[in-house]
Design a protein around this ligand. Structure first.
Ligand SMILES: Nc1ncnc2c1ncn2[C@@H]1O[C@H](COP(=O)(O)OP(=O)(O)OP(=O)(O)O)[C@@H](O)[C@H]1O
Length: 365
């Protein structure tokens, strides 16, 4: 990571009196100054407080912050929020209700230190698909449209950093699905780093490149999304959707059975063909409940995907009858949810060679 493309953020902040056990944030982060970094963690872990420190809305007792080489905070510098080149999108859009969407955008542009050219304005409006609703007031927009206008407003000031605090949290499932492709497009076409707070594994796996996991104001994990979300020791794994993300490319398709072969480091998986072009990079989510383990390569099964793997780790699961087994093929990890009885019968131990049978896997983007 070069210094010019890095966000360095160190904050020590304590709410309440020094001797009380009120919340404290204590982070020291070096994250990529490009792409989308997800900030993930339980409610109250300090995600919003971290974003507020970065925005300068909260002044940490001790702090240092530089964004791609530009210092916003150090022992003797504290750039006020209005002088920080950043966009901030909140859970609920904060558009002025008495102004049309267009007037909201113009209001932001007038105050921008670096106003966009007409061409940039058009590009952002088109990218977010808001041209048809520009003359409406916020109350006449759907929740998803309002958020898209809010994102456009944040981008039009041409910030050096975009902060997004659960931008989709107030939307229902359908609206979320509607807006995610716009965010993906934003990811592909923008060169500004985005810090994206979310509780949703789906959003994070579709959008983010990098993830930071907070717990009680501390960073407990940080790294590439695929790596962080395949760790079983982290609270990112929840009861229903414990699993891993594989990054690969579509290499082949079988039109007769509507399947596509995704190749990743360590093997290939056949998944439902979503019509993506060949050689496109994709992410595939494999849930632990869809992976079983066998001692032999059973060819007489309906299970399409079988991979030779090595057992890495076996840990307790959510109930007393099952465990989570982490297996590896080359650099790729999978998680399998296996009953404790099977662990005993198969004599699963670390470094044992077994076969992973993957019942189903889905391309998430
Ligand atoms: N101004 C404040 N004064 C005192 N305590 C605060 C203040 N702001 C936040 N807190 C506390 O700091 C902790 C972290 O809050 P924060 O909003 O950063 O969490 P979060 O991870 O964003 O949570 P959520 O996912 O619920 O939005 C919480 O316990 C909160 O009550």
């Amino acid at each position: 990571m070069t210094e010019s493309k890095t966000i360095n953020a160190q904050f020590q902040l304590h709410f309440g009196s020094a001797d009380s056990d009120a919340f404290s944030l204590d982070v020291d982060l070096q994250i990529p100054g490009q792409g989308i970094t997800a900030i993930f963690g339980a409610s109250g872990s300090g995600k919003t407080t971290l974003l507020r420190c970065i925005a300068g809305l909260e002044k940490a007792q001790q702090g240092a912050l530089s964004i791609n080489g530009e210092t916003w905070q150090s022992h003797n510098v504290f750039v006020p929020t209005y002088q920080r080149s950043l966009g901030y999108v909140f859970q609920e859009s904060s558009l002025f209700p008495h102004l049309s969407a267009k007037a909201n955008l113009q209001y932001a542009i007038k105050r921008a230190a670096n106003p966009p050219s007409a061409e940039t304005y058009q590009r952002i409006v088109t990218m977010l698909g808001i041209e048809p609703v520009l003359n409406r007031r916020p109350a006449q927009l759907s929740g998803g449209e309002r958020q898209r206008v809010a994102i456009a407003r944040a981008l039009l000031v041409q910030p050096k950093l975009l902060l997004m605090d659960e931008p989709l949290a107030s939307l229902d499932y359908k609206r979320k699905q509607e807006i995610l492709p716009y965010l993906e497009r934003l990811h592909e076409s923008l060169d500004i780093p985005v810090l994206y707070v979310s509780h949703s594994i789906e959003e994070v796996t579709r959008l983010a490149d990098h993830a930071v996991i907070l717990e009680q104001g501390r960073v407990i994990a940080e790294g590439a999304v695929a790596e962080v979300f395949s760790r079983i020791d982290l609270p990112t794994q929840t009861e229903t959707d414990v699993g891993v993300i594989l990054q690969g490319h579509i290499r082949e398709r079988d039109p007769q059975w509507h399947l596509a072969r995704v190749e990743f480091d360590g093997g290939s998986l056949w998944v439902r063909d979503g019509g993506d072009e060949l050689n496109k990079p994709v992410r595939v989510r494999v849930l632990a409940k869809d992976v079983s383990l066998a001692l032999e390569n059973h060819e007489d099964t309906s299970i399409l995907n079988r991979l030779p793997v090595i057992v890495e780790e076996i840990v307790c699961d959510i109930d007393e009858a099952t465990s989570l087994v982490r297996v590896r093929t080359n650099e790729t990890c999978l998680l399998a949810r296996v009953t404790l009885r099977s662990v005993a019968h198969m004599q699963l131990i670390q470094d044992k060679a077994v076969w992973a049978q993957i019942k189903s896997a889905a391309i998430v983007c």
